[in-house]
Design a protein. Structure first.
Length: 143
């Protein structure tokens, strides 16, 4: 995509969330266009807003919704994940636990519903993937 495919209202809402989180520019998905390097991207089409990740002409993920608040929550999750990963890099001891707790804390500071939704979705995905209890124990507990 080369044209800007994000409406001004949603762009402003995303920028406000990023500001409230204290995000750096590299923590925020690209806005209005998609890159092919694995960077999350936000854009709008006739079927709603999309948060997608493309890599080498392959769609790695594409979440879309017509609900602006649901979309903004997904973008907040993406920003918080990037920030938490930067603050707790994989080479640090117990980085997964620290990163998940940081992501939950950041989301809860914006909207407790977003934090709880992220936690429920993450736990379900880990269980579906066959994660052991020791991995699930690294997740934060719901407030």
């Amino acid at each position: 995509m080369t044209e800007d495919l994000l409406d001004d209202d949603m762009r402003g809402r995303i920028e406000a969330v990023a500001s409230r989180l204290g995000a750096r520019p590299g923590d925020v998905p690209t806005l209005g266009y998609s890159r092919a390097d694995g960077t999350p991207s936000c854009w709008r089409a006739t079927d709603g807003w999309h948060l997608s990740v493309n890599e080498r002409d392959r769609v790695m993920s594409d979440r879309h919704t017509t609900d602006p608040n649901e979309f903004l929550g997904w973008v907040a999750e993406s920003v918080a994940e990037k920030m938490a990963g930067r603050r707790h890099p994989p080479e640090e001891p117990d980085s997964r636990r620290a990163s998940w707790h940081e992501q939950y804390r950041l989301l809860a500071g914006l909207d407790q519903t977003w934090a709880d939704s992220w936690l429920t979705t993450t736990r379900s995905a880990l269980i579906a993937a066959g994660a052991e209890q020791s991995v699930l124990d690294k997740l934060p507990t719901q407030s």
